[in-house]
Design a binder for this molecule. Structure first.
Ligand SMILES: C[S@@+](CC[C@H](N)C(=O)[O-])C[C@H]1O[C@@H](n2cnc3c(N)ncnc32)[C@H](O)[C@@H]1O
Length: 485
């Protein structure tokens, strides 16, 4: 991997059309555009203005030694990755102009933000480190890390916990919407997409003083489209439903970060779900529950309220070492200069490591026969042999252990879907567990924070996390013989 240093530029205001025309002859046609892109890649620093004294570059600090867990929480062998240099440092304001950092091409080292369900940050941190990524740090509902374009592909292919992989294209301190436009205008989008792609722009913000996010979104979109039209003669059309390229703008109190969404449809959409059942868990949350429960992929796993089978299907893929992104499409495949060969090679290598079968018992029960049929259909769509998971119609009150030790990881009915008469059900279920499941680790995600008192069990751990908008806990109970201490 060659890594070129990031450009830290002070931006001039957008050049007028006349100025632009003087220096560049706008040519049409894909070939001409490509030639022009290559030319521009070489010429990129022409927009640089010497940074003012106020904008002294920050000193680089030595790379942190990355701590890696001995065992991966989501079942991967650690890939080898060459050490990466420091990721881009964030610049400071330079007087009235904005100073920005850009990522220009695929050999660059990119700052990445990988969002995840709130509460899974620590598990995602461990997963990214186990995958060999460097400079990983936890953020709010996600993790930051640094990698090259090949690493972007790997993260999409292998992360079970991330929701998407956002690749930072530019960053600047900004004071108003005009500066946001300037940032968008000066970001080299043509290296990634152009008029032949459709575009969608999304904007999110925390503590941003701008009056309207919609207007901010419009300014970003205008900046991107104006740049592409000025440079290539055409601008992409907007498609909010099935865009080829997605740009995400993140604003806070004084800065803007522009990302390309390399993923497209959220990563939790593994491509197998057809039958949903009642309130299915998102697949990355299910993988997170298994990681937080410390499930050992060689140990039996039972989900007594399995619904459409999400937790067990996710567990089967972990036990087999099947990468979650292996059977689905990604947005990076639709961008300019996508290296289809490199992507095929990456997937072929991943496929070669999928185990042909697993011995570990994976068992799911649900009281609703239609839901069990749906789970079986999902199993087939997830490229799993029908024997991989045993799905049976059954009452959680009747389940029996299949070994002296094992895991129950489950998402029982709760919240608005359960009425108070079920308190009796929970005390009965707890009695059944105490009697039959000594030695087992019982893990339940629920928004019913009173569940430990309903079960009359003292949780070993309670981990706050969100299931969509629901504030939940993952309770862990270690069952011991006769009573639970
Ligand atoms: C919240 S849903 C589980 C969703 C599942 N995690 C998924 O991803 O599809 C709860 C499930 O518990 C089932 N259920 C309710 N009472 C049950 C009982 N006594 N025994 C077994 N299953 C039960 C419901 O039919 C429902 O499918």
């Amino acid at each position: 991997m060659t890594s070129t240093p990031k450009k830290t530029l002070t931006l001039k205001k957008k050049p007028s059309a006349a100025e632009e025309a003087e220096t560049r002859r706008i040519r049409s046609g894909a070939r001409a555009r490509q030639a022009m892109q290559m030319q521009r890649l070489k010429e990129e620093p022409t927009e640089i203005v010497a940074p003012s004294k106020a904008a002294r570059p920050e000193k680089k600090s030595p790379p942190r030694a990355a701590k890696r867990p001995a065992k991966t929480p989501t079942g991967y062998a650690k890939p080898t990755q060459r050490p990466t240099p420091n990721p881009v440092k964030k610049p400071r304001i330079a007087g009235p102009q904005i100073q920005a950092t850009f990522s220009a091409n695929r050999d660059d080292l990119f700052n990445i933000f990988a969002p995840c369900p709130q509460g899974l940050e620590e598990a995602l941190f461990a997963e990214l480190q186990a995958l060999g990524f460097e400079h990983v740090s936890q953020g709010r509902a996600g993790c930051h890390f640094a990698t090259d374009w090949n690493g972007v592909l790997r993260a999409n292919l292998y992360s079970r916990l991330a929701t998407r992989i956002l690749v930072q294209m530019s960053y600047a301190k900004i004071a108003n919407e005009d500066e946001l436009y300037e940032l968008a205008y000066h970001t080299p989008w043509e290296n990634w997409f152009g008029a032949e792609q459709t575009l969608r722009v999304d904007t999110s913000a925390i503590r941003c003083p701008f009056q309207s996010l919609q207007f901010a979104n419009l300014r970003v979109k205008d900046g991107i489209c104006d740049r592409l039209r000025d440079r290539e003669g055409e601008r992409p059309s907007i498609d909010t439903v099935r865009p080829d390229a997605k740009v995400h703008a993140f604003l806070n109190e004084d800065s803007a970060t522009l990302y390309i969404d390399s993923t497209g449809e959220s990563l939790f959409k593994r491509g197998w779900r057809h039958h949903k059942g009642e309130a299915p868990l998102r697949e990355n949350l299910a993988a997170g529950l298994l990681a937080l429960s410390d499930w050992d992929p060689n140990a039996p796993l039972i989900d007594p309220f399995c619904g459409s089978g999400t937790i067990l299907i996710e567990a089967a893929w972990i036990a087999l070492g099947a990468p979650p992104g292996i059977w689905r499409p990604f947005h990076f495949e639709r961008l300019r200069h996508h290296d289809a060969r490199a992507w095929q090679d990456l997937k072929a290598e991943a496929r070669a490591h999928i185990a042909p079968e697993i011995e570990v018992p994976l068992i799911g029960y649900d009281i609703d026969p239609r839901v069990i049929e749906a789970a079986k259909a999902n199993l087939a769509r997830a490229h799993l042999h029908p024997d991989t998971i045993r799905f049976e119609v059954g009452n959680a009150l009747d389940i029996q252990p299949v070994a002296a030790k094992g895991w129950i990881v489950t998402n029982p009915p709760y919240g608005e879907r359960l009425d108070d008469t079920d308190a009796e059900f929970w005390s009965e279920w707890a009695a059944h567990l105490k009697q039959n499941f000594a030695g087992w680790s019982v893990n339940m995600i629920t928004s019913d924070l009173d569940i430990p008192s309903k079960l009359r069990l003292k949780p070993n751990r309670r981990h706050p996390l969100y299931n969509g908008p629901l504030d939940c806990r993952l309770f862990n109970f270690q069952m011991v013989a006769a009573s639970n201490r």
